[in-house]
Ligand binder design. Sequence first.
Ligand code: ATP
Length: 137
Amino acid sequence: TSRTFVMAKPDAVERGLVGEIVSRLERKGLTLVAAELRSVSQELAQEHYAEHADKPFYDELVAFLTRSPVFAMVVEGPGDDTWELCRILIGKTKVTDAQPGSIRGDFATTTNENLVHGSDGTESAAREIKLWFGDRA
Ligand code: ATP
């Protein structure tokens, strides 16, 4: 088994798409092992997106993530590739690349507000699970 971090971002919670997102993960055969609706502090948002600190859209990213609550999840699957399965279900980052059938492809209309985050590798999954859930997952 392996675990990854998935988050329904503020736009997903605002639009009432949390159930849809969780349902797609579960129908795939993945399991929630921890989940929490929570407000995000400035510090946590900055830390989460630390790899983008020097990008022109960083401030916008942090403002977006702190705008309203997110639904943070730890997701588990049977193989060692759970993070990758989640990324496929989520769809491509750029809105015009996200294929129908993926969450972004079916529901997102902009790259900035693309509904969901998923860790992009084994190491970032471990880092993000620790960052968001600490000892609680
Ligand atoms: P996330 O980390 O949110 O899951 P991702 O891993 O698919 O997204 P990243 O490249 O890590 O994509 O970018 C993080 C976030 O930054 C994206 O979700 C998107 O909201 C935003 N972003 C990425 N590229 C751009 C861009 N060129 N212009 C504006 N925002 C962008």
